[in-house]
Ligand binder design. Structure first.
Ligand SMILES: C[S@@+](CC[C@H](N)C(=O)[O-])C[C@H]1O[C@@H](n2cnc3c(N)ncnc32)[C@H](O)[C@@H]1O
Length: 299
């Protein structure tokens, strides 16, 4: 599959790398920092220290892998813990080859030094940006843990729905990181979030995303998940953390929504994007949402 979008690299304010997608005009990351955003909006809200004592496999799904910051930050943070598990499973989905060609540059960041050595020596194909399944040992605080890394090429709308059967109830964390819902509503639908809900591990599995859009939060809420806010990074207003209703102490995860965010969520802005069969165009989805908004909120 070729990449139809040309990209150019830029450095963000924390010294980490990002790309510009020419098709949407969007940067892959927050200008304040690709690394900082991955840590604050994706990894920290998962509260990894709570997973350290789990004996079973830890598993994470990274949707829209791009340059890989979310997963590499995750592995970096996991390696600082005294994990009890023997294995970490990562499933990462990315449509294009192009961003993967920058993985070795991403890993050359001093903050990834140990991880870079481990991947470079044991899974050189991953460092070279090749799709496939790769394994390596991650030296954690007290022992080595086997990482099995499936890097899958494809459109998330085609990959995620069939994955539900294979990976039902296994993921401790799901990173959802497509381009913005305004530009690509087909990648932010309630139907996709329902798939995620079925793939989360009970009771504490979580989905995290950088978007704070009410339509996105409405999709998570209406799919039966609990929604909280994640901290603001740079000028952006913070992202979203969605949890299973079975989670023990929801109020100890993320931050409460601000009152205007809750108001918007309950109003027309909170009407989600829908795409039951994962095949509608962005225009069709936007039109159908407008019609639903008019029906539900006529005045
Ligand atoms: C915001 S960037 C992700 C940044 C990435 N998580 C990182 O840490 O570098 C969005 C990514 O989604 C990919 N993408 C775009 N459309 C997609 C689709 N339909 N399915 C899967 N990936 C897609 C793009 O190629 C791009 O790498």
């Amino acid at each position: 599959m070729s990449n139809e979008c040309a990209e150019e690299t830029q450095f963000t304010e924390d010294g980490s790398l990002t790309l510009k997608d020419e098709q949407t005009g969007e940067l892959y990351h927050n200008r304040a920092g690709a690394y900082t955003e991955a840590l604050a909006n994706f990894v920290e809200p998962l509260k990894l220290y709570e997973l350290a004592g789990e004996a079973g496999q830890l598993a994470f799904l990274d949707v829209c892998f791009g340059l890989g910051y979310n997963t590499f930050c995750l592995l970096n943070e996991l390696s600082k813990l005294a994990l009890v598990t023997d294995s970490i499973k990562i499933v990462a989905i990315e449509k294009f080859q192009k961003p993967l060609l920058y993985i070795s540059r991403v890993l050359s960041d001093e903050r990834f030094r140990k991880l870079s050595e481990e991947i470079g020596s044991q899974a050189p194909c991953l460092a070279a940006g090749k799709f496939g399944t790769w394994e390596f040992q991650l030296q954690c605080k007290t022992r080595k843990v086997c990482v099995r890394f499936e890097l899958v090429q494809g459109d998330l709308r085609q990959i995620v729905p069939p994955l539900v059967e294979r990976d039902r109830g296994i993921f401790d964390g799901i990173f959802h990181d497509p381009f913005s819902p305004r530009r690509a509503p087909e990648l932010w639908t309630i139907d996709l979030f329902e798939c995620y809900k079925r793939m989360l591990k009970e009771p504490n599995g979580k989905v995290v995303t950088y978007s704070a859009a009410s339509a996105v939060r409405g999709g998570f809420c209406q799919s039966g998940m609990l929604v909280r806010r994640t901290p603001a990074v740079g000028a952006k207003s913070g992202g979203t953390l969605a949890m299973l209703p079975s989670i023990a102490c929801p109020e100890e995860n993320g931050l409460p929504l601000l009152s205007d965010e809750s108001d918007k969520l309950a109003g027309r802005a909170g009407v989600p994007y829908r795409d039951l069969h994962f095949c509608k165009t962005a225009k069709e989805i936007l039109r159908a949402r407008e019609a639903e908004q008019k029906l539900q909120f006529p005045y």
